[in-house]
Design a protein around this ligand. Structure first.
Ligand SMILES: [Zn+2]
Length: 268
Protein backbone atom coordinates (compact mmCIF):
# COMPACT_ATOMS: atom_id res chain seq x y z
CA UNK A 1 0.00 0.00 0.00
CA UNK A 2 1.22 3.58 -0.57
CA UNK A 3 2.11 5.85 2.34
CA UNK A 4 -0.64 8.41 2.55
CA UNK A 5 -0.95 11.02 5.22
CA UNK A 6 -3.65 9.82 7.56
CA UNK A 7 -6.32 11.45 9.66
CA UNK A 8 -6.47 8.48 12.03
CA UNK A 9 -3.95 5.73 12.82
CA UNK A 10 -4.92 2.77 15.00
CA UNK A 11 -1.97 0.95 16.58
CA UNK A 12 -2.40 -2.52 18.07
CA UNK A 13 -0.29 -5.48 19.14
CA UNK A 14 -1.82 -8.19 16.98
CA UNK A 15 -3.54 -8.54 13.66
CA UNK A 16 -7.28 -8.70 14.44
CA UNK A 17 -7.03 -6.53 17.60
CA UNK A 18 -8.21 -3.44 15.71
CA UNK A 19 -11.05 -5.42 14.14
CA UNK A 20 -12.21 -6.39 17.62
CA UNK A 21 -11.79 -3.07 19.42
CA UNK A 22 -12.22 -0.13 17.02
CA UNK A 23 -12.88 -1.44 13.50
CA UNK A 24 -16.39 0.00 13.40
CA UNK A 25 -15.06 3.43 14.28
CA UNK A 26 -12.39 3.27 11.57
CA UNK A 27 -15.01 2.31 9.00
CA UNK A 28 -17.35 5.05 10.14
CA UNK A 29 -14.57 7.62 9.79
CA UNK A 30 -13.62 6.30 6.33
CA UNK A 31 -17.26 6.60 5.27
CA UNK A 32 -17.05 10.27 6.30
CA UNK A 33 -14.07 10.76 3.99
CA UNK A 34 -11.32 10.48 6.58
CA UNK A 35 -8.10 8.64 5.75
CA UNK A 36 -7.56 5.84 8.22
CA UNK A 37 -4.71 3.40 8.82
CA UNK A 38 -3.71 0.44 10.95
CA UNK A 39 -0.28 -0.41 12.33
CA UNK A 40 -0.01 -3.95 13.69
CA UNK A 41 3.10 -4.30 15.84
CA UNK A 42 3.50 -8.05 15.28
CA UNK A 43 2.87 -10.51 12.48
CA UNK A 44 1.21 -13.38 14.30
CA UNK A 45 3.91 -16.01 13.92
CA UNK A 46 3.16 -17.49 17.36
CA UNK A 47 -0.48 -18.22 16.59
CA UNK A 48 -1.78 -21.76 17.05
CA UNK A 49 -3.51 -21.55 13.69
CA UNK A 50 -2.23 -20.14 10.41
CA UNK A 51 1.19 -18.88 9.33
CA UNK A 52 2.33 -15.23 9.37
CA UNK A 53 1.81 -15.18 5.57
CA UNK A 54 -1.79 -16.37 5.86
CA UNK A 55 -2.43 -13.79 8.54
CA UNK A 56 -0.97 -11.05 6.31
CA UNK A 57 -3.44 -11.95 3.56
CA UNK A 58 -6.28 -12.02 6.07
CA UNK A 59 -5.26 -8.63 7.49
CA UNK A 60 -5.29 -7.15 3.98
CA UNK A 61 -8.78 -8.57 3.37
CA UNK A 62 -10.02 -7.15 6.69
CA UNK A 63 -8.46 -3.75 5.87
CA UNK A 64 -10.38 -3.68 2.61
CA UNK A 65 -13.68 -4.33 4.40
CA UNK A 66 -12.92 -1.52 6.86
CA UNK A 67 -11.91 0.79 3.96
CA UNK A 68 -8.57 1.70 5.52
CA UNK A 69 -6.12 3.58 3.29
CA UNK A 70 -2.97 2.09 4.78
CA UNK A 71 -2.00 -0.96 6.78
CA UNK A 72 1.37 -2.37 7.74
CA UNK A 73 2.85 -4.72 10.32
CA UNK A 74 6.14 -4.18 12.12
CA UNK A 75 8.49 -7.08 12.82
CA UNK A 76 8.25 -7.00 16.62
CA UNK A 77 8.13 -10.63 17.87
CA UNK A 78 4.63 -11.91 18.58
CA UNK A 79 4.15 -12.49 22.31
CA UNK A 80 7.16 -10.29 23.06
CA UNK A 81 6.02 -6.72 22.54
CA UNK A 82 8.48 -4.76 24.65
CA UNK A 83 8.72 -1.05 25.25
CA UNK A 84 12.33 -0.72 24.11
CA UNK A 85 14.14 2.23 22.54
CA UNK A 86 14.37 0.36 19.25
CA UNK A 87 10.65 -0.44 19.17
CA UNK A 88 9.76 3.14 20.09
CA UNK A 89 11.90 4.35 17.18
CA UNK A 90 10.17 1.93 14.80
CA UNK A 91 6.73 3.14 15.82
CA UNK A 92 7.81 6.81 15.84
CA UNK A 93 9.05 6.37 12.30
CA UNK A 94 5.60 5.18 11.21
CA UNK A 95 3.95 8.13 12.99
CA UNK A 96 6.21 10.55 11.11
CA UNK A 97 5.54 8.73 7.88
CA UNK A 98 1.73 8.68 8.21
CA UNK A 99 1.28 11.94 10.18
CA UNK A 100 -2.07 11.14 11.83
CA UNK A 101 -4.07 13.78 13.69
CA UNK A 102 -5.60 11.09 15.90
CA UNK A 103 -3.93 7.92 17.18
CA UNK A 104 -5.97 5.08 18.66
CA UNK A 105 -4.05 2.92 21.14
CA UNK A 106 -5.08 -0.10 23.22
CA UNK A 107 -6.09 0.68 26.80
CA UNK A 108 -3.11 0.61 29.18
CA UNK A 109 -4.36 -2.23 31.38
CA UNK A 110 -5.32 -5.73 30.36
CA UNK A 111 -4.76 -9.44 30.59
CA UNK A 112 -2.38 -9.83 27.65
CA UNK A 113 1.05 -8.22 28.21
CA UNK A 114 1.34 -7.38 24.49
CA UNK A 115 -1.81 -5.25 24.74
CA UNK A 116 -0.89 -3.08 27.70
CA UNK A 117 2.72 -2.83 26.57
CA UNK A 118 1.55 -1.69 23.12
CA UNK A 119 -0.36 1.10 24.85
CA UNK A 120 2.67 2.50 26.62
CA UNK A 121 4.95 1.88 23.65
CA UNK A 122 2.48 3.71 21.40
CA UNK A 123 2.16 6.69 23.72
CA UNK A 124 5.90 7.13 24.13
CA UNK A 125 6.41 6.74 20.38
CA UNK A 126 3.90 9.55 19.73
CA UNK A 127 5.97 11.74 22.03
CA UNK A 128 9.29 10.76 20.39
CA UNK A 129 7.93 11.34 16.89
CA UNK A 130 7.49 15.02 17.73
CA UNK A 131 11.03 15.65 18.92
CA UNK A 132 12.56 18.00 16.36
CA UNK A 133 16.16 17.03 17.01
CA UNK A 134 15.61 13.27 16.84
CA UNK A 135 16.76 11.68 13.59
CA UNK A 136 14.76 8.47 13.79
CA UNK A 137 16.44 6.71 10.88
CA UNK A 138 19.91 7.42 12.15
CA UNK A 139 19.02 6.37 15.69
CA UNK A 140 17.41 3.20 14.40
CA UNK A 141 20.35 2.18 12.23
CA UNK A 142 22.79 2.87 15.05
CA UNK A 143 20.65 0.82 17.38
CA UNK A 144 20.28 -2.08 14.96
CA UNK A 145 23.98 -2.16 14.10
CA UNK A 146 24.79 -2.16 17.80
CA UNK A 147 22.84 -5.36 18.18
CA UNK A 148 24.31 -6.65 14.91
CA UNK A 149 21.08 -7.45 13.14
CA UNK A 150 23.40 -7.11 10.22
CA UNK A 151 21.48 -8.05 7.13
CA UNK A 152 18.26 -6.20 7.85
CA UNK A 153 20.02 -3.17 9.33
CA UNK A 154 22.34 -2.77 6.38
CA UNK A 155 19.46 -3.14 3.95
CA UNK A 156 17.29 -0.61 5.75
CA UNK A 157 20.14 1.88 6.20
CA UNK A 158 20.94 1.67 2.50
CA UNK A 159 17.30 2.18 1.62
CA UNK A 160 17.03 5.14 3.96
CA UNK A 161 20.17 6.78 2.62
CA UNK A 162 18.92 6.41 -0.90
CA UNK A 163 15.69 8.21 -0.13
CA UNK A 164 17.31 10.65 2.30
CA UNK A 165 16.11 10.96 5.86
CA UNK A 166 12.69 12.02 4.82
CA UNK A 167 10.15 12.05 7.58
CA UNK A 168 9.64 15.34 9.35
CA UNK A 169 8.85 15.40 13.09
CA UNK A 170 5.17 14.98 13.81
CA UNK A 171 3.16 14.63 16.98
CA UNK A 172 -0.50 13.56 16.83
CA UNK A 173 -2.98 16.09 18.20
CA UNK A 174 -5.08 13.50 19.99
CA UNK A 175 -4.55 10.05 21.51
CA UNK A 176 -7.56 7.96 22.47
CA UNK A 177 -7.64 4.48 23.96
CA UNK A 178 -9.82 1.59 22.75
CA UNK A 179 -11.04 -0.08 25.96
CA UNK A 180 -13.10 -3.00 24.70
CA UNK A 181 -10.69 -5.65 26.02
CA UNK A 182 -10.90 -4.29 29.56
CA UNK A 183 -13.80 -3.73 31.94
CA UNK A 184 -13.69 0.02 32.50
CA UNK A 185 -16.26 2.73 31.99
CA UNK A 186 -15.40 4.55 28.76
CA UNK A 187 -15.18 8.35 28.37
CA UNK A 188 -17.24 8.10 25.22
CA UNK A 189 -18.77 5.61 22.82
CA UNK A 190 -18.79 5.76 19.03
CA UNK A 191 -22.10 4.76 17.48
CA UNK A 192 -21.26 1.91 15.09
CA UNK A 193 -24.82 0.73 14.49
CA UNK A 194 -24.44 1.16 10.72
CA UNK A 195 -20.94 -0.35 10.66
CA UNK A 196 -21.46 -3.33 12.94
CA UNK A 197 -22.06 -6.00 10.26
CA UNK A 198 -19.04 -4.94 8.21
CA UNK A 199 -16.92 -4.83 11.33
CA UNK A 200 -17.97 -8.38 12.17
CA UNK A 201 -17.13 -9.49 8.62
CA UNK A 202 -13.68 -7.90 8.95
CA UNK A 203 -13.08 -10.12 11.96
CA UNK A 204 -14.34 -13.16 10.08
CA UNK A 205 -11.78 -12.36 7.35
CA UNK A 206 -9.29 -14.03 9.73
CA UNK A 207 -10.39 -17.41 8.48
CA UNK A 208 -7.50 -19.33 10.02
CA UNK A 209 -8.46 -17.95 13.44
CA UNK A 210 -12.20 -17.98 13.42
CA UNK A 211 -13.56 -20.64 11.13
CA UNK A 212 -14.92 -23.77 12.76
CA UNK A 213 -12.07 -26.27 12.55
CA UNK A 214 -10.38 -28.97 14.58
CA UNK A 215 -6.92 -27.49 15.34
CA UNK A 216 -6.97 -25.59 18.62
CA UNK A 217 -10.71 -26.26 19.08
CA UNK A 218 -10.39 -26.04 22.86
CA UNK A 219 -9.05 -22.47 22.83
CA UNK A 220 -10.87 -21.05 19.80
CA UNK A 221 -14.63 -20.52 20.08
CA UNK A 222 -16.83 -21.41 17.13
CA UNK A 223 -18.19 -18.71 14.83
CA UNK A 224 -21.63 -18.66 16.43
CA UNK A 225 -20.15 -18.15 19.86
CA UNK A 226 -17.93 -15.33 18.59
CA UNK A 227 -20.91 -13.62 17.00
CA UNK A 228 -22.74 -13.74 20.33
CA UNK A 229 -19.79 -12.32 22.24
CA UNK A 230 -19.01 -9.55 19.77
CA UNK A 231 -22.66 -8.58 19.51
CA UNK A 232 -23.17 -8.57 23.28
CA UNK A 233 -20.25 -6.23 23.84
CA UNK A 234 -21.29 -3.87 21.04
CA UNK A 235 -24.87 -3.85 22.35
CA UNK A 236 -23.74 -3.18 25.90
CA UNK A 237 -21.69 -0.12 24.92
CA UNK A 238 -24.39 0.96 22.50
CA UNK A 239 -26.92 0.77 25.31
CA UNK A 240 -24.81 3.04 27.53
CA UNK A 241 -25.03 5.69 24.81
CA UNK A 242 -28.63 5.09 23.76
CA UNK A 243 -27.81 3.53 20.37
CA UNK A 244 -27.87 -0.08 19.12
CA UNK A 245 -24.16 -0.85 18.75
CA UNK A 246 -21.19 1.07 20.15
CA UNK A 247 -17.41 0.94 20.57
CA UNK A 248 -15.92 2.26 23.84
CA UNK A 249 -13.00 4.68 24.18
CA UNK A 250 -11.21 6.49 26.92
CA UNK A 251 -9.44 9.84 26.74
CA UNK A 252 -7.15 11.19 29.44
CA UNK A 253 -8.24 14.79 28.83
CA UNK A 254 -11.55 16.34 29.88
CA UNK A 255 -14.30 16.83 27.32
CA UNK A 256 -14.81 20.38 26.02
CA UNK A 257 -18.31 21.66 25.26
CA UNK A 258 -19.41 24.73 23.31
CA UNK A 259 -23.16 24.33 23.68
CA UNK A 260 -24.62 22.43 26.62
CA UNK A 261 -27.98 22.09 24.86
CA UNK A 262 -26.30 19.94 22.21
CA UNK A 263 -24.64 17.34 24.45
CA UNK A 264 -25.78 13.87 23.29
CA UNK A 265 -26.94 10.90 25.41
CA UNK A 266 -30.13 11.33 27.41
CA UNK A 267 -29.96 11.57 31.22
CA UNK A 268 -33.49 10.49 32.22
ZN1 LIG B 1 -4.32 -9.12 20.71
Amino acid sequence: MPNPELDILAIAAHRDDVEQTCGGTLLKMAEQGKRTGILDLTRGEMGTRGSAEERAAEAAAAAKILQVSWREALDIPDGRVENTWENRLKVARVIRQTRPRVVILPYWKGRHPDHYTASKLGYESCFLAGLAKLDVDRALSTQQSAFSQVASAVASVAANEEQGSKYEPHRPFKIIYATLYYDIRPSFVVDITDQFEARFESLMAYKTQFSDQEAGKDIFPARGEIRTRVESMARFYGMLAGVTYGEPFLQKEVGLVKDITAIPVKSI
